[in-house]
Design a protein around this ligand. Structure first.
Ligand SMILES: Cc1cc2nc3c(=O)[nH]c(=O)nc-3n(C[C@H](O)[C@H](O)[C@H](O)COP(=O)(O)OP(=O)(O)OC[C@H]3O[C@@H](n4cnc5c(N)ncnc54)[C@H](O)[C@@H]3O)c2cc1C
Ligand SMILES: *[C@@H]1O[C@H](CO)[C@@H](O)[C@H](O)[C@H]1NC(C)=O
Ligand SMILES: *[C@@H]1O[C@H](CO)[C@@H](O)[C@H](O)[C@H]1NC(C)=O
Ligand SMILES: *[C@@H]1O[C@H](CO)[C@@H](O)[C@H](O)[C@H]1NC(C)=O
Ligand SMILES: *[C@@H]1O[C@H](CO)[C@@H](O)[C@H](O)[C@H]1NC(C)=O
Ligand SMILES: *[C@@H]1O[C@H](CO)[C@@H](O)[C@H](O)[C@H]1NC(C)=O
Ligand SMILES: *[C@@H]1O[C@H](CO)[C@@H](O)[C@H](O)[C@H]1NC(C)=O
Ligand SMILES: *[C@@H]1O[C@H](CO)[C@@H](O)[C@H](O)[C@H]1NC(C)=O
Ligand SMILES: *[C@@H]1O[C@H](CO)[C@@H](O)[C@H](O)[C@H]1NC(C)=O
Ligand SMILES: *[C@@H]1O[C@H](CO)[C@@H](O)[C@H](O)[C@H]1NC(C)=O
Length: 576
């Protein structure tokens, strides 16, 4: 413990120095980052992390200070790609459906179109940027050490979190939330407190995105190897070595398809850590023989451990939104404000026309080009329906894009589903079912949220950004034919609002679960029933943390890195 403190003290000074001397608008020149095609066929490390995403990057950066670390990422580098860096390009990556796109589209069995990351930095390279911590009650309930959690949040914040530049439209939503009774007004804060607040963002004041890949600037370059275009196919286990199967290597392929093997060096503290995200982590466990035995056998996968909970308890928080056309021009914004209600609904907003894959006007976060199509029920969101909506959108007048969306996400959710393998390739999406609104309380939270959103729209503060619909029938007609939702006036009863929630459900991309704490991993994130293997990422969450998860995913990567090193150094101390 004494040694660990000394070491972390030294790290901290190093970080301050580094931070002070770092030029943030320049892409870092990571000497430790390589194309997997140039990697040796066989290599050895103390830690092998699979997935250089929102959790994997902070974890690798931390472990590299006292061990040799290999980070395998199936995607490429985010640096130098304006689709990722520029706020106004939010939709560009999500509408790029090529096999090398930084985002891989998937459609749940529910019919909702969704996306998963395929790039160093993971979801933090695709997302809407909102940065906000989990509530202290959440931290306590999970069992994290509150002080280390706070230090770990701050560690991430020093590099990637900013105060947003508030425009008039977002300010009007904030004031409208306060008028609607979402109180108190908590000003700007990263903290999760009931009421209305302005949260953090990973976009800096110039609109440039900072991502989890930037947290690799904290790394010890001599302790870290990052391989890009390195897709893990399988975790290797020594089956007979001990009472439990022991993870000891990873098979991965580079972009040319060549196979490589990375093994753990000898040493009882060395480990493989899966940080492949809520779809990738349960999928890789199953492909490696850890999962429901019957399902594995159906795919001819040798069963290492029958673990029926792998891929179970998957959830996605439903998102519902209303478009409000504006008589005044509005700023381009992603999420900046949130109303944290007492009834378990979070109300957020985004505005302005966004680029989404072509130089045409677009609805950004709500564009059919990225798969969002709330005007038809989920199962009818076919490629044809998307194409039709995109076509319709391209014929609309500029005025139709002037406005913004107020959206709601419900807490939890309580409803859960499951994930199953479709094929034996890690490149193919598994099938996943989220069962949106299956539990009545989830549906009630949505209905209550819509009512509060209507109050915001009807508030005095928001009035200058909305038309009086009755006096502007032409505009109503125009936007009613657009692929977006207007204020749902004809949903005038509780029953019809329930239908509205189900019919217009979209994703806010906060899906999680599949390797939950307490069922697949223990409280130290160790996979139950095998040795030398952990899962650390959003797949371990029982419910989504805070109003939006990324801050807590980054925090978890750092937090577990510190804990794993403490354990390692304590055991080395003991050995002396
Ligand atoms: C469009 C979008 C908008 C969002 N908006 C917000 C927001 O505004 N605020 C917020 O807080 N959250 C937001 N989120 C959610 C947040 O970004 C995610 O919850 C978070 O990034 C998940 O982190 P993770 O580490 O669990 O997974 P990821 O960040 O997805 O990391 C997993 C990594 O593993 C890699 N991988 C997977 N399989 C393999 C394999 N077999 N071999 C090698 N590598 C592999 C992937 O390429 C990926 O880089 C958004 C997400 C999306 C997609
Ligand atoms: C990046 O660093 C490597 C080795 O440290 C060096 O060879 C290379 O020239 C650098 N590239 C840039 C663009 O600075
Ligand atoms: C851990 O790292 C510190 C500084 O980074 C170094 O002084 C120390 O020797 C390392 N300890 C081990 C066991 O590698
Ligand atoms: C962590 O920080 C939050 C504020 O961000 C505070 O409310 C909480 O008490 C802190 N927890 C600990 C254990 O210091
Ligand atoms: C890495 O290798 C792949 C395949 O060989 C290639 O397509 C890609 O351009 C390479 N990337 C870099 C950054 O060299
Ligand atoms: C599994 O193996 C059997 C026998 O070799 C074969 O008939 C079957 O098609 C395989 N199934 C899958 C899903 O690969
Ligand atoms: C905050 O809201 C939650 C519901 O989301 C409620 O359970 C809790 O009691 C509220 N806390 C305070 C301090 O009002
Ligand atoms: C940016 O996105 C567009 C639209 O999806 C795509 O055509 C283009 O190739 C992308 N650019 C890069 C550098 O990935
Ligand atoms: C409403 O819009 C449609 C096209 O979407 C158009 O054909 C029709 O004439 C419009 N009606 C009115 C009253 O403006
Ligand atoms: C609700 O709307 C429907 C049609 O949109 C209408 O027929 C009905 O009278 C309305 N009910 C109430 C209570 O306003």
């Amino acid at each position: 413990m004494g040694l660990a403190c000394k070491i972390f003290g030294a790290c901290f000074v190093g970080i301050l120095f580094f931070h002070g001397s770092c030029v943030s608008d320049r892409a870092p020149n990571y000497s430790f980052m390589h194309n997997a095609t140039s990697a040796p066929t066989i290599s050895y490390y103390d830690y092998i992390i699979v997935g250089g995403g929102t959790a994997g990057c902070p974890l690798a950066a931390t472990l590299s200070h006292n061990a040799s670390v290999l980070l395998l990422e199936r995607g490429g580098s985010p640096y130098g790609n304006p689709n990722i860096t520029n706020l106004a390009n939010f939709g560009a990556t999500l509408s790029d459906l090529s096999s090398t796109s930084p985002s891989q589209r998937f459609i749940s069995e529910d019919g909702v179109i969704n996306a998963r990351a395929r790039i160093l930095g993971g979801g933090s390279c695709l997302n809407a940027g909102f940065y906000t911590r989990a509530a202290p009650e959440y931290v306590r309930a999970v069992g994290w050490d509150g002080r280390l959690a706070n230090e770990s949040y701050q560690w991430a914040e020093r590099r990637v979190a900013f105060k947003p530049r508030m425009g008039q439209w977002q300010s009007a939503v904030r004031d409208g939330l306060v008028e609607a009774g979402v109180l108190p007004n908590n000003g700007f804060t990263y903290d999760h407190i009931n009421g209305t607040k302005v949260g953090g963002t990973i976009f800096d004041q110039d609109g440039n995105r900072h991502t989890a890949a930037d947290l690799l600037e904290y790394a010890n370059p001599s302790g870290l190897t990052v391989l890009l275009h390195a897709t893990a196919y399988k975790i290797l286990f020594a089956i007979k070595a001990r009472p439990k199967p022991v993870a000891h290597g990873v098979i991965y392929r580079d972009a040319s398809g060549a196979k490589h093997r990375a093994y753990l060096k000898r040493g009882s503290k060395n480990e493989i850590i899966i940080s492949s995200g809520a779809l990738g982590s349960p999928q890789l466990l199953m492909l490696s023989g850890v999962g429901p035995a019957e399902q594995l056998r159906a795919h001819n996968i040798t069963v290492v451990l029958d673990q029926p909970m792998v891929g179970q308890l998957m959830s996605d928080n439903p998102m519902n939104a209303i478009f409000i056309p504006s008589p005044l021009p509005v700023e381009v914004s992603l999420i900046q404000v949130v109303g944290i209600t007492q009834f378990g609904t979070y109300i957020e907003a985004a505005s302005g026309e966004n680029f989404a894959g072509s130089p045409q006007r677009d609805y950004g976060m709500f564009s059919p080009k990225i798969g969002q199509l709330s005007t038809v029920p989920p199962k009818q969101r076919t490629p044809e329906a998307l194409a039709k909506a995109t076509e319709l959108m391209s014929n609309l007048d500029q005025q139709a894009f002037q406005g913004g969306f107020i959206l709601e996400k419900i807490m939890g959710p309580i409803s859960t589903g499951h994930l199953e393998l479709r094929t034996r390739s890690p490149k193919d999406n598994p099938s996943v079912t989220f069962n949106y609104f299956k539990e009545p309380q989830d549906l009630q939270r949505c209905v209550d949220g819509i009512s509060t959103m209507e109050k915001v729209i009807d508030s005095k503060s928001f009035s200058k950004f909305r038309f009086d619909y009755m006096s502007v029938p032409q505009l109503l007609n125009m936007t009613a034919s657009a692929p977006v939702n207007l204020l749902p006036r004809h949903y005038n009863s509780s029953q019809s609002l329930q239908d509205f929630c189900k019919d217009t459900v979209m994703t806010i991309w906060h899906y999680h679960g599949g390797c939950q704490v307490g069922s697949v991993v223990d409280r130290d994130y160790k996979v139950i029933g095998v040795d030398a293997l952990r899962v650390i990422d959003g797949s371990t969450f029982n419910v989504s943390p805070g109003t939006n998860p990324q801050a807590t995913v980054m925090m978890l990567g750092r937090y577990m890195g510190v804990n794993i090193l403490r354990e390692r150094l304590a055991s080395e101390d003991q050995a002396k």
